[in-house]
Design a binder for this molecule. Sequence first.
Ligand code: 4AD
Ligand code: MG
Length: 462
Amino acid sequence: MQPARTPIAELLKASGPVASATVAGWVKTRRDAKDFSFIQLNDGSCLASLQVIVAEATEGHARIRETTTGSAVRIEGELVESPAQGQRYELKARRLEILGTCAEDYPLQKKRHSDEFLRTIGHLRSRTNKYGALFRIRSRLAWAVHDFFQRRGFHYIHTPIITGADCEGAGEMFRVTTLQGDAGGRALSRGDFTEDFFGKEAHLTVSGQLAVESYCMGLGQVYAFGPTFRAENSNTSRHAAEFWMIEPEIAFADLADDMQLAEDFVRHLLDFVCTDCQEDLALFKQFVDPEVEARLAGVRAAEFVRLPYGEAVEILKAARVDFEYTPEWGADLQTEHERYLTETHFKAPVFVHDWPRDIKAFYMRQNDDGRTVAAMDLLVPRIGELIGGSQREERHDRLLARMDEMGFRREDYWWYLDTRRFGTAPHAGFGLGFERLLMFATGVSNIRDVIPFPRTPRNLEF
Ligand code: 4AD
Ligand code: MG
């Protein structure tokens, strides 16, 4: 058995000196003085590194020159109050053991590296302060998502990743097949997939919504939290081909209830990150985005605006701004419009609701005006759309009519339609893009830098 090690995060919180402690981690830097070497050791448990003093008398000192930046070591010693500034404790090593030396071409030497370069070494970037902090925050926020819903009695549903339905109807799906060569080509050209693995056309899911809706109609309040896939060929800083989405669904609820849930959820996550992740967040304020703290505080203090889409368009038309895309009733909002509304006009998060039906998905509840649906987007500063959601069309006849109109094949959605025949009820839900939340919380401006291994057009390394 390996000797028990104490995470550095835990040691740094010790209430006093510790006679014997064992740590293990990776050497950030080593500095050799006349009688001692100083090692900055990081084990990923927290941002701070532990200073270790290695004297000549330390067992294993003979190999001190091999403890270069990046090497893995285990050290046993005494935790003492540190005379140095900026740290409470340091470790006086009694025994040093090298677990893995680090080759000379280790790319993470001392100097700061660009995000672009670090993307090319995605398998190593968690060793840097910034990405270590980022992925600790990501982990904590994922936990906070479950905490929020579980405390409110929501049930976590694992929705399928391989699907036979296109939820958003936007056709941005990745195909899943085991057919090879000519057989694949024939199936595609004939639209006949009987020879394929599932005997029918299969794709990676773009959203767990349709599946989670059906579970909502039995369990009352549910949520999905999983990876989703979109073959959008848009190389933007806010879109990834693989991203994680949180999708709650509530029965006996309307669009107002949905917006309230979304507001409570976002507030919970932001309150959580500001209190739970202080040390890691401070790094982002210092090195990534000096405004991030103020922006978070601003949103937490702000009233969330509820703005009908029609009024949003009027505000944009009246704005004295030279938009690249002219705002017009019936058109989708562009990021420039979203940001104007939330950053400039309201200086607050904004729910834009009741959108033109023609630009929205088939499952959204049709309003009585005949031209809008009960949909909402939540816009936040810097990001634009963080959440998209809606009240669902629970009326069987209205849903059928809309699907026919949009050219959906009823037989592909028979099970979804069943939920409207067997005790249908008003219900609503939304999807929050987890990476966009992380971008908002940290000020990181590119989605590629908030997911461990980003998948974007022409990029599938690791
Ligand atoms: O607005 P969207 O497309 O909504 C849905 O998929 C609904 N079925 C959700 C629901 O009602 N259950 O996507 C929801 C959110 C967006 O607001 C955005 O934050 C994020 O998912 N998102 C993406 N994030 C990263 N990369 C992409 N390509 C994204 N597409 C959407
Ligand atoms: Mg959307």
